[in-house]
Design a protein around this ligand. Structure first.
Ligand SMILES: [Zn+2]
Length: 534
């Protein structure tokens, strides 16, 4: 009787401790992570803009932490990989946009209607051209979608609604919505400019906040090999609330287009009765910034020449227009959180070493906020042998603002790295899910995409919520109020336990990938397999 009771108690205790182990993070407590976030998001670092003194301070701190964790320098110049950029800015006082119908010109307000986007307008331009509405503006041969078919786009400015029809798989839709891919088909159709209307159904940030920072300079990699939109003379971003102006006299309304776009239905294509008259004055200059690369050398004599990359961007958007009197866009979650995680995981691997057969590369990239530029440079000019990178685990704004019960695994269905991430989450009592919000285009909106384009299986994982729960509202409010706003700072509530659990998950994913006999592979039916040489 006693022994039976004892056995039952022991069993129960074993079950409890197993459950505790499954749901806890033995290597992390969230506190050291938060102290790194606090350093990176301090006002004195002025929002870590690419090329700024604040970013250099953040990088010096990161190098110090990575060095303290025993990592070796693996950049081109110690821990640093220098990268050259060009910066572009609109001189709005000397620029103008107007819609012209039947000889009548109506000027557009930069603040309220539309602005010249320097990501797509690289040189001053003075032009006038007819407008054609091209739906989502996509040519996707894999799905027999050709929205440009039968349209005369020669010398025209095309107008499109951001988004994609619902029958296009997320990855495919994301890929063809990148500036470079989109421009390839528009250029061969003869277009000279673009007007992109934000899709009201998928805007992360309200127009008022987009507009207030529209004059923030944009950047591109200085090396001409990276110029993706040759021949594009003018790119304009349009406020959906003003978009009816574009459609006047066309026999269609923007309300009708937006309603179809909300449900991701196919859109009509037709010539508009307006022309756009534009005078864009663009100022440019060059500057330099760096990626940071640190290495934990693997123990296997052969496999140590292969690398599992943990990437996170350390830059943010700097100082911008004041919101509630605050001009410093601190970037605590975006992406102080991911950079802090990299330092914290490096420290944990020193404090609690484990067998690591492949090497792990810690890559803190610059200029993510300028269009994934630091990672683009690193992925095309890596400081290790190009084919030696076996996987990229990218961490960007993983948002530990609610308890970690559900983990969104970007790339879950694409590779066995995705499958491994899902299995690890499951084993920790966390439910893994694929991206439930394909409209937000997240798969191409962070640094993993540049690794993917080099054929490297990648994942990006984020804390997420069950639809219809109070957590959903917490995320929605966070995006509306704090994302790319000065209030993404250290005075916001975070869940340290969720952060610690996410770090534990990431540590396990890195170690299992470093120690697995085979390097990760794309699934045979993955769209992204096309980039892999094998
Ligand atoms: Zn960001």
């Amino acid at each position: 009787m006693r022994s039976t009771l004892r056995a039952i108690l022991l069993l129960a205790l074993a079950a409890v401790s197993a459950a505790q182990q499954n749901s806890s993070a033995p290597h992390f407590d969230g506190k050291s992570w938060w102290s790194h976030v606090k350093f990176l998001a301090d006002d004195s670092l002025e929002g870590r803009d690419t090329g700024s003194e604040g970013l250099r301070k953040a990088q010096a701190y990161a190098v110090e932490q990575l060095q303290k964790a025993g990592l070796e320098p693996a950049g081109a110049n110690g821990f640093y990989q220098p990268v050259r950029f060009n910066q572009y800015e609109v001189d709005e006082a000397k620029s103008s946009l107007a819609l012209v119908t039947g000889g009548q010109s109506k000027s557009l307000s930069f603040a309220d209607d539309a602005f010249i986007n320097t990501r797509s307008t690289r040189a001053s331009a003075n032009l006038s051209a007819p407008l054609v509405f091209i739906g989502y503006g996509l040519q996707i041969p894999e799905k027999n979608l050709d929205e440009l078919a039968g349209l005369d786009l020669k010398g025209k400015i095309v107008v499109y609604l951001a988004g994609s029809p619902s029958d296009i798989p997320t990855a495919l839709a994301s890929h063809y919505q990148t500036a470079g891919e989109r421009w390839k088909s528009l250029r061969s159709a003869g277009a000279i400019g673009t007007i992109s209307i934000f899709n009201p159904a998928s805007m992360d940030i309200p127009w008022s906040r987009i507009s207030v920072n529209r004059n923030h300079p944009s950047m591109d990699l200085a090396d001409p090999e990276f110029y993706e939109t040759p021949g594009l003379q003018l790119g304009v971003s349009f406020n959906p609330a003003s978009a009816e102006k574009l459609f006047e006299g066309s026999g269609h309304t923007f309300a009708e287009i937006a309603a179809l776009g909300k449900d991701r239905k196919p859109l009509p294509h037709f010539a508009l009765s307006n022309s756009l008259k534009a005078n864009a004055i663009i100022l440019s200059k060059s500057l330099e910034s760096s990626n940071i690369v640190a290495k934990l050398t693997g123990s296997d004599p052969t496999l140590k020449n292969e690398f599992v990359v943990l990437s996170a961007h350390i830059d943010h958007v700097g100082i911008g227009a004041p919101i509630n009197g605050d001009r410093i866009y601190n970037g605590a979650m975006d992406n102080g959180s991911g950079s802090a995680l990299a330092m914290d995981i490096a420290a944990s691997l020193k404090a609690h070493p484990e067998k690591v057969q492949r090497s792990i590369l810690f890559v803190l990239v610059t200029a993510e906020e300028k269009g994934l530029l630091g990672s683009k440079y690193f992925a095309t000019h890596p400081t290790v042998a190009p084919k030696s990178i076996v996987a990229d685990v990218n961490v960007d704004m993983f948002l530990p603002i609610v308890p970690l019960k559900i983990l969104k695994v970007g790339g879950l269905e694409e590779s066995d790295l995705g499958a491994r991430a899902a299995a690890i989450a499951q084993s920790m009592g966390i439910k893994p899910i694929a991206d439930p919000e394909p409209l937000r285009n997240l798969f191409i909106r962070s640094d993993q995409y540049n690794f993917i384009k080099q054929g490297i299986p990648s994942v990006k994982c984020d804390v997420t919520f069950e639809p219809g729960t109070p957590e959903q509202k917490i995320f929605k409010d966070w995006l509306t109020n704090r994302y790319h706003a000065p209030s993404d700072d250290v005075n916001q509530p975070v869940d340290l336990r969720a952060a610690a659990l996410y770090e534990e998950f990431t540590r396990r994913l890195l170690l299992e990938t470093a120690n697995a006999p085979a390097r990760p592979r794309w699934k045979p039916d993955s769209f992204f397999r096309r980039y892999a040489a094998d």
